[in-house]
Write a protein that binds this ligand. Structure first.
Ligand code: CA
Length: 649
């Protein structure tokens, strides 16, 4: 292996001689380097890119109830290495075909001359993923991990783009944490969110214009999900779930069999935001956990709840939405909370049959509870246990339901991760896609679970309905997601509303007011990735929205073959392109007060080609026109605040 250096150093520490082993490993292109040491018996690592430090010497290791593997460790001289070159298909997120090229290194640490832990690294050109293997300790074949020492020491002057972890058992009906907090941009280090650290993924700007995204992947029933906690001097660490989550039930400390693995900690970094926007690391290092029981069809659909709320989950309104989805050429309608009492089982069957006659399938909403929070909406008491869950699923299969949306989960403890896995696994037996709301971030689930649809885990469209403040900041948030939340997982935002007002009939001056333009709404249908989309358009938009906007929403796909980052800055503006088949969609939005004027390269289009062009004027009046690609394949885009732009061949 090229670029492996072995340096053995002698340190004087008090009066003792301490041998430290240091190894340096590199990405395939040699720009990204990771160093691993066992200085003073503490396992540590650091990361540089193109000669710049992105992560200072940072702690590794675990404290378990069978041993403290953060100290007294020695790094073995020998290690395993392997080149990984594989291609896999991934229909439901950024790229339909992913080429993963990485170098794998497995380092072993001993404690008292006995095998303690391995740290397994996979390094691709802009990504580092690592996980631990914990060895059995004598008679001990299981352990509880009480604490992970894994840390991320960021260079001085780093700024943060972070989203505070919600306090447990707060928010609507004590459903927190549900990953519904706002990101802040360009903040300083040294804070710890609202006291509980930060939700993954966490974005940092380092070395003036370098970027690093920290997250995790491969989390299932075999561990808990984690967050990032802040400590002095630029150190961030893996934090386990908070005790109060899940109404205090279940442990915060995960348990694993021995030998056993932890999930992957991931870092994506580079000199621009491109590797972060385009990364596939959450999927590269995981495997499908089971076979799909059928070929799942991803879909676009409508849902009445986002505009009309709880009271309208009634038969005539859902029937109207089936007609609406049919008119839009969409495949589904999501029947949200309270259908059990407001529509009933028999009428749902009638609705499903009516949908079939219009080529529109239903998604049905369920409350995940259980015993973890006070969310009152039904149907409730079915998804939390296999007996009634599987009965419901068999019924849904029999009437041709396409999928379920399960809401109001209880946190990130291992017991809750098991619930996500159990629901997905059972649903696959009945050919159902699964969408989660009021939930955690998906962590590699697009590849791990073949019937995984999407997750909310974001301050989503419902908050635009509930809060004018969120409407005022809609463009800011929308300019954050493509660099943060949506980089690592599908995001069921449920947006692209064309209503000016969030009320049942789009009546002026009732409810919250949308400040963003129609072109902005269209652009977010491209910017926000979710293979299962539920758009916030309403039947009235067929007559009160511009025809070109409705026509665009009829044909916009929900699955993509390729992504290209073009330009942007988190919270300010974003321009990216996605390909579906041989069609490229270039989408841009602007959150800055000043109108964005930007020269954009368009290598995806051919010179002389006529493309569709959607653009706003200074008053946010949108229009559809055409644009002839010039010889230089460039365009000067002009996007006012809260506006958007779209180019499509
Ligand atoms: Ca929600």
């Amino acid at each position: 292996m090229k670029r492996i250096y072995l340096i053995s150093l002698i340190f004087f520490l008090s009066v003792n001689f301490v041998w430290a082993v240091k190894k340096e490993i590199a990405a395939p292109d040699g720009k990204l380097l990771v160093s691993i040491t066992d200085e003073d018996g503490h396992p540590c690592y650091s990361i540089s890119y193109n000669g710049m430090v992105f992560l200072k010497n940072s702690p590794l290791g675990l404290k378990t109830n069978v041993g403290d593997f953060t100290l007294g460790l020695s790094l073995s001289e020998s290690y395993k290495e392997r080149k990984i070159e594989e291609t896999y298909s991934l229909q439901n997120i950024k790229k339909s075909e992913v080429r993963y090229i990485a170098n794998e290194f497995i380092f072993s640490f001993k404690k008292d001359e006995k095998a303690a832990i391995d740290v397994e690294f996979r390094i691709s050109n802009n990504d580092v993923a690592f996980r631990y293997k914990v060895y059995s300790q004598g008679e001990r074949k299981v352990c509880v991990v009480n604490e992970e020492a894994t840390g991320f020491f960021l260079p001085e002057g780093t700024t943060t783009f972070l989203c505070p972890q919600m306090k447990p058992m707060t928010g609507f009906a004590r459903t927190g944490p549900s990953y519904e907090t706002p990101y802040s941009a360009d903040d300083e280090m040294g804070k710890n969110g609202w006291g509980g650290g930060y939700t993954f993924p966490c974005l940092f700007r380092v070395n003036n214009n370098g970027w690093i995204l920290i997250s995790e992947t491969g989390v299932d029933s075999r561990y808990c999900a984690s967050r990032l906690t802040a400590h002095p001097d630029g150190l961030y660490m893996i934090g386990f779930p908070q005790e109060e989550e899940n109404n205090g039930n279940g442990t915060s400390s995960p348990g694993i069999p021995l030998p056993g693995f932890t999930p992957w900690r991931t870092l994506t970094l580079g000199e621009t935001l491109q590797p972060i926007v385009e990364t596939t690391v959450p999927f590269d290092v995981v495997e499908p956990l089971y076979e799909a029981s059928k070929k799942y069809e991803y879909s676009r659909g409508s849902w009445s709840w986002i505009i009309k709320m709880d009271g309208n989950t009634i038969f005539p309104v859902q029937k109207e939405y089936i007609d609406f989805s049919a008119a839009m050429g969409w495949e589904t309608v999501l029947v949200d909370a309270l259908w059990d009492t407001q529509i009933g089982r028999d009428k749902i069957e009638e609705l499903a049959a009516y949908g079939k006659s219009k080529n529109v399938d239903l998604f049905l909403w369920y409350n995940s509870n259980g015993y973890w929070n006070d969310a009152p909406q039904g149907p409730k008491g079915f998804m939390d246990n296999p007996v009634s869950r599987r009965k419901k699923m068999a019924w849904m299969k029999s009437i041709g339901i396409r999928g379920i949306k399960v809401d109001f989960f209880g946190g990130d403890k291992q017991v809750t991760m098991k619930l996500y896995e159990d629901i997905l696994y059972d649903a696959n037996d009945y050919g159902l896609l699964v969408v989660f709301h009021g939930c955690t971030l998906p962590r590699g689930w697009e590849r791990m679970f073949p019937n995984y649809g999407s997750s909310e885990a974001v301050l989503a469209s419902e908050m635009l309905h509930f809060s004018q403040e969120r409407c005022n900041k809609e463009a800011f948030s929308a300019c954050m997601h493509p660099f943060t939340r949506n980089t690592v997982g599908s995001m069921d935002f449920g947006g692209s509303a064309l209503n000016e007002f969030y009320n049942a009939n789009n009546t002026p001056n009732r409810g919250t007011k949308r400040l963003t333009s129609d072109v902005f709404a269209l652009a977010t249908a491209v910017l926000f990735q979710s293979a299962v989309q539920h758009f916030a358009l309403a039947p009235n938009n067929l007559t009160d929205a511009p025809e070109w906007a409705v026509d665009f929403m009829k044909e916009v796909p929900s699955t993509w073959d390729e992504i290209k980052f073009i330009d942007g800055y988190p919270g300010k503006y974003v321009i990216l392109a996605r390909r579906h088949g041989n069609k490229w969609y270039v989408a841009g939005i602007n959150a800055q007060e000043e109108t964005l004027k930007l020269k954009v390269e368009l290598p995806m289009f051919e010179a002389g080609q006529q493309v569709m062009f959607y653009i706003d004027d200074e008053e946010l009046n949108g229009r559809q026109t055409t644009f002839k690609i010039n010889k230089k394949q460039q365009i000067e885009l002009v996007i006012p605040c809260n506006g958007g732009a779209l180019l499509i061949n």
